[in-house]
Ligand binder design. Structure first.
Ligand code: KG4
Ligand code: ZN
Length: 356
């Protein structure tokens, strides 16, 4: 089965083709350099750029492969959470294609797509504990199927990627800063400068805003750790490298602490887990990957973690989860609506009666 995936929830326009779970082709237009000028994503500009890029991305996907648009069996589109105007562009385009080609349409939860992304690379073992660490969201889920993900914990304020991006901005780095912080952290020596956030509270929820405030105070007191220009390397500002290593340590500690608590909760509640499913842009971070691999090994869970390129936003993950859902009989009508950030994604699939 050939599935076309459409991703336009934030600042990346991406189209991908997946055949029976395997990647065939993808085209992506990133707006990162445009939004970097403003230090964050400007929603109005983002939707305009999606509108300009989306049809070109489709043309590019089909430019050099044996398939044409008419061979596609299913259209999958990210329906949220995300920026409303950006989602509208992708969804309106998907509906147009589905109508013109007379093919089924599946709206995909962008966050769930991150979690199942490693399914393109490994056999997934469910039920599973899902750990989503992205730029806009931080959640843990109990996952029993492609269509059933129950939230166990969430951030009460900032998402983990947001902390990296906001602290990076304070340190003079360009947006998004997660990867740059990792590069600096790899060169820096970790010091116990920052208290890992929200670890004393015996809850499965996260909170990162206190850590951001700790960094704000530290940077104000030590302005020499701020980069003079965003192209500076770690060797040119080792103080900044040390701050990044210490920040990454505090974030990693908090995440591993919460994941351990959540695994204990699952055992207590008899929620059987076969594996840990990791997803989201922050899972590209080598420190966090290693720490979560160690937890998986220590407690004997299979770990499903996407390769770094599949951690950040992409359309393969949308096509992949859309195809998995469609294979189980789920689809949407042309009434599919975009769900912006902050609103719960409704469970509003239609189901084919004869599907499993
Ligand atoms: O999942 P994603 O692509 O977008 C959302 O759905 O939000 O995640 C983007 C986030 C950004 O905050 C970015 O700074 C962070 O992922 N990120 C990283 C790394 N690569 C991207 N954070 C830490 N280390 C990285 N290597
Ligand atoms: Zn994402």
């Amino acid at each position: 089965m050939l599935t076309l995936g459409i991703e336009s929830s934030c600042d990346e326009t991406a189209i991908a083709l997946v055949k029976d779970g395997s990647m065939i082709a993808q085209a992506m237009y990133s707006q990162a350099t445009l939004h970097a000028l403003f230090g964050g994503v400007v929603p109005e500009l983002a939707s305009r750029k999606h509108y300009e890029a989306i049809a070109h991305c489709v043309d590019e996907v089909f430019s050099d492969i044996e398939y044409t648009l008419h061979d596609v069996d299913c259209i999958a589109v990210a329906r949220g959470p995300g920026l409303l105007g950006s989602l509208l562009v992708g969804i309106a385009f998907a509906k147009g294609l589905a109508f013109a080609l007379q093919k089924p349409l599946v709206g995909v939860n962008h966050l769930h797509a991150h979690l199942f992304a490693s399914g393109m690379e490994y056999e997934l073992a469910l039920p599973s504990l899902g750990i989503l660490l992205s730029g806009g969201h931080t959640y843990t889920y109990y996952i029993t199927s492609y269509a059933d993900c129950t939230i166990l914990g969430r951030t009460l304020d900032d998402a983990v990627g947001e902390v990296f991006d906001k602290v990076g901005k304070m340190l003079g780095m360009s947006y998004p800063a997660g990867k740059t912080i990792e590069q600096f952290a790899l060169k820096g020596e970790m010091q116990a400068l920052f208290t890992p956030p929200y670890c004393k509270e015996n809850t499965l929820d996260y909170s990162f805003s206190g850590l951001k405030t700790q960094l704000l105070h530290y940077i104000r007191a030590n302005p020499e750790c701020v980069l003079a220009h965003h192209t500076m390397t770690p060797d040119e500002n080792m103080h900044c490298a040390m701050v990044c290593a210490s920040l990454t340590h505090a974030v990693t500690y908090s995440i591993t602490h919460k994941v351990t608590l959540t695994l204990q909760h699952c055992m207590k509640e008899c929620l059987q887990c076969e594996s840990l499913l990791l997803g989201g842009g922050v899972v590209a971070n080598s420190f966090i990957r290693k720490a979560l691999c160690d937890i998986g090994q220590k407690h004997g869970y299979m770990l499903s973690i996407p390769s770094p390129a599949l951690c950040t936003d992409n359309a393969y993950m949308i096509a992949y989860l859309g195809a998995c859902l469609y294979n189980e009989g789920y689809y949407h009508s042309s009434n599919l609506t975009p769900i912006p950030r902050g609103r719960t994604i409704p469970w509003d699939y239609h189901k084919q009666r004869d599907a499993t």
